[in-house]
Write a protein that binds this ligand. Sequence first.
Ligand code: DLZ
Length: 163
Amino acid sequence: MSSADKNLSVFSTNDLPDISNKKFAIVVAEWNDEITEKLFEGAYQTLLQYGALAQNIERGNVPGSFELTLGAHWYAQREDIDAVIAIGVVIQGETKHNDYINHAVAQGITNISIQNNKPVIFGVLTPNNMEQAIDRAGGVHGNKGDEAAMTAIKMVGLKDKIF
Ligand code: DLZ
């Protein structure tokens, strides 16, 4: 039985919203900036491509991915911002440093998204090496910055449908 047969209200993310009046913040970690710049560019261009206005997109840099949570929280607290995209690259090293950062940021972003009741998108790469990062920043596996922006757009649309 299809959803239509069941008379269900289905809030699908397939219908992309008009985002010409939506505001986005992109928070970018400066560590591994040769990669985070490409992710930022992918996210920024995708927002423009789907109708966001340049003046409605703000960017804030933070030193490293660990600081993404607080940077994103500051933007998420602003009423005029509809969604935040956090961009970082944490490359596996010889110690467990990357694990601690990744878990802290994933949990932190989840928390601030819920606390602020708005999409805060996890645009953080967690590759084993630089090659894997390059592959995901405009390489053979696409650009994860584009995907982060698409996720933001879809969640903004879904929120408007639900509330
Ligand atoms: C310290 C550190 C290390 C070792 N590696 C990365 C990394 O691969 N990616 C990244 O975004 N940041 C890294 N950092 C910096 C931390 O995120 C953070 O800025 C510092 O621990 C200070 O809080």
